[in-house]
Ligand binder design. Structure first.
Ligand code: NAI
Ligand code: 15L
Length: 262
């Protein structure tokens, strides 16, 4: 699309990943509308404005976004396993609000999906996006639901989506699992810019990882949207911690999410 005239909306703008992403999107020339339940930490940067809104209050959320937007970078919600009813309300309910807004505004959705949609595959299995979902938690199930919501809203309403199945977005990998799942902040920014700018994406799925030698995942829509990762976790291989924990967590791609209570 390469549109720098209409703003991009960022949900979950007061959270950690937004903190990594917002400077990169501003540097790429996007005007931003930031939204979150919590106040924005610090000063709202030049080129952005902040609107406080709760994703679970659908009508109020949709009404609060008062400008035309070209895309929604959806980061808002609960980022780990939690009580199923809470995940239902915030992650399932919030995703529906985002898709209703995208439909109303004719905007593309770029969704922070997660590796936890496939977390119960074993670590010996190399996956492509054609492999079956195996969610490891109600959290993972909420990501699966949102990917499917994207499919439905494309088929029914023409709303395009890029679902980013993010591994572990951190400044650097911390343990041996991250050698497979790491997404560097600079690759994260490049991935989101590509997802917004790519012409005609339909319903794309891209693994949110760097060019890791030990990656468990490939065979996605990265080339179609023009995402070319630059970093590789391997340079940290001698300095990460050995992963410890329960055997089920160590055997499966989702790690500790496979044993988290809900
Ligand atoms: P975070 O917890 O730091 O940020 C999430 C933000 O969503 C928070 O600022 C929170 O206030 C906001 N939020 C929660 N409920 C809300 C509601 N009802 N209405 C409006 N805003 C609400 O999480 P983080 O690490 O920044 O992750 C962002 C997204 O990326 C999450 O959806 C997470 O599931 C996803 N993700 C993150 C990965 C990572 O490596 N950090 C990996 C895979 C996915
Ligand atoms: C996620 O989906 C979480 O949001 C993040 O906090 C990490 O736990 C990440 O997955 C991971 O699997 O490392």
């Amino acid at each position: 699309m390469a549109d720098r005239k209409r703003p991009v909306l960022v949900t979950g703008a007061s959270g950690e990943l937004a903190g990594l992403l917002i400077p990169g999107l501003l540097a790429a020339g996007f005007e931003l509308i930031l939204t979150d339940l919590r106040p924005f930490p610090g000063e709202v940067p030049k080129g952005a404005r902040f609107i406080a809104a709760d994703l679970t209050d659908r009508a109020a959320f949709v009404a609060a976004i008062d400008a035309p937007i070209q895309a929604i970078m959806h980061l808002g919600g609960i980022r780990a396993e939690g009580p199923a009813d809470l995940i239902l309300e915030v992650n399932f309910g919030g995703a529906l609000s985002v898709y209703e807004l995208a439909h109303a505004k004719s905007a593309r959705v770029v969704f922070a999906s997660s590796n936890h949609v496939i977390g119960f595959h074993t670590r010996e299995t190399h996956l492509t996006i054609a492999d079956p979902y195996r969610p490891d938690s109600h959290y993972g199930l909420s990501k699966l639901y949102t990917e499917m919501l994207g499919r439905l809203y494309l088929d029914k309403n023409g709303v395009e989506s890029v679902h980013l199945r993010i591994g572990s977005c951190l400044q650097r990998p911390l343990d041996t699992r991250h050698l497979s799942t790491w997404l560097s902040p600079r690759d994260f920014i490049a991935l989101v810019v590509a997802a917004i700018d790519a012409p005609e994406v339909g319903n794309a799925i891209v693994w949110g990882i760097s060019a890791n030698t030990r990656a468990w995942w490939s065979g996605d829509d990265a080339a179609r949207i023009g995402y070319v990762p630059q970093d590789n976790s391997e340079i940290y291989a001698d300095s990460v911690k050995a992963e410890t924990g329960e055997p089920i967590a160590l055997a499966h791609q989702g790690g500790v999410f496979c044993v988290m209570p809900s």
